[in-house]
Design a protein around this ligand. Structure first.
Ligand SMILES: Cc1cc2nc3c(=O)[nH]c(=O)nc-3n(C[C@H](O)[C@H](O)[C@H](O)COP(=O)(O)O)c2cc1C
Length: 345
């Protein structure tokens, strides 16, 4: 069954965040917050083709994160075809296409938000991905679909998944969605969303800021509501996104603007509780933070420790003395340092 249609509303999910929603963050968010749906960081198809071992870190998940959506960015239809097939092979519930990312490393080749308005290329990409997912459903063998280097990485990733019990025996076709913005400098809702809604996708996620606003400034919810009307006419799902900081707000926005739900990004940093508005005390915050640290180190090892510091800072908020503690935690170098600082030893 298509997973998007089966979700109860409001759908409140975890947004994709490059450098943030890695497998450890997603696991902890699922364990303590249970979002309705979880997105991976974007995976750039051209980068993966050049360095397929990236699949290990970015295309790996555990069962608790379901339903989980693999997000792809890039501009090369044939690579989209291959990586959509790989996402299905690895058992993802959905594939999402990034058409909103402002990062220069992606947009300079026309990817991410660079795709906004480029109907010809978007069509080619969407139909390539559809073909990848259909070929998976029809029973094509991965060896006949993907290139040698990607094949090796995909198989290794699958083996790692099966070791932790990800079951992908039954061929289940992932749903397809697109995450985008209302326009580059000003909203072009009728043209852009009307076009996207006419494509064979199950859901659209709209970050309610045009590209030139980046990630800050007010979110244009009336524009998101207009988009929802257009997308609903095609019988598809529309989630809004931008600036939401609580589950209560997520429900209010969904109702007020007649959406199907929203994704929460920065509001979930160091805060898996945002998905049920539980207010953890300091002890609980630290317990979860340490769980996150252990899980992260198991996956990525001490060599990648420094990437954890930002998460430690995000967890240390909202209690007396938090800022002092934060300034110490952003300088730690190992697990023992953290234990010593928070006095849990
Ligand atoms: C650090 C960071 C990384 C992001 N990476 C991605 C990404 O990989 N793919 C994507 O579609 N959006 C990405 N975004 C955008 C978010 O998914 C979301 O649209 C945006 O942050 C607005 O939602 P928020 O205000 O709830 O954070 C990123 C945002 C941030 C702050």
């Amino acid at each position: 069954m298509a997973f998007w249609k089966g979700l109860s509303k409001p759908i409140v999910g975890l947004a994709p965040m490059d450098g943030v929603t890695d497998q450890a963050m997603r696991f902890i968010t699922a364990k303590y917050g249970q979002p309705a749906v979880i997105f991976t960081e974007f995976i750039n198809v051209e980068h993966v083709a050049a360095k397929p071992q990236k699949l290990f870190n970015r295309f790996w998940f555990s069962a608790i994160e379901r339903p989980i959506v693999a997000q792809l960015s890039g501009v090369t239809p044939n690579l989209f075809y291959q990586l959509a097939f790989v996402a299905a092979y690895l058992g993802f519930d959905g594939v999402d296409l990034n058409m909103g990312c402002p990062s220069r490393s992606i947009t300079h080749r026309g990817g991410g938000a660079g795709l906004i308005g480029n109907q010809e290329l978007v069509k080619e990409i969407v139909f390539s991905v559809r073909r990848g997912l259909d070929d998976w459903e029809k029973g094509k063998k991965i060896e006949t679909v993907v290139d040698g280097k990607i094949l090796l990485a995909a198989k290794a990733t699958k083996e790692r998944s099966s070791r932790v019990g990800i079951k992908t025996k039954k061929r289940q076709k992932p749903d397809l969605s697109i995450k985008t913005r209302p326009g580059i400098k000003k909203p072009i809702i009728k043209d852009w969303l009307g076009f996207l809604a006419s494509l064979p996708v199950e859901a659209i996620i709209l970050h309610g800021r045009v590209l030139s606003c980046g990630h800050s400034g007010p979110v244009d919810w009336p524009i998101v509501a207009q988009a929802a009307e257009i997308v609903h006419q095609e019988g598809k799902i529309l989630l809004g996104n931008g600036g939401i900081k609580s589950f209560k707000e997520a429900k209010e926005i969904t109702n007020q603007y007649r959406l199907d739900g929203v994704l929460i990004g920065r509001g979930a940093m160091g805060n898996p509780w945002v998905f049920d508005d539980k207010k953890p005390d300091k002890e609980e915050r630290f317990l979860v933070m340490m769980d996150h640290v252990r899980y992260y180190l198991d996956l990525f090892g001490q060599d990648n420790f420094l990437d954890l510091r930002k998460h430690l800072a995000w967890y240390s908020k909202g209690f007396p003395g938090a800022s002092k503690l934060r300034s110490r935690l952003v300088r730690v170098n190992c697990y023992a340092d953290i234990e010593r600082i928070i006095g849990q030893k």
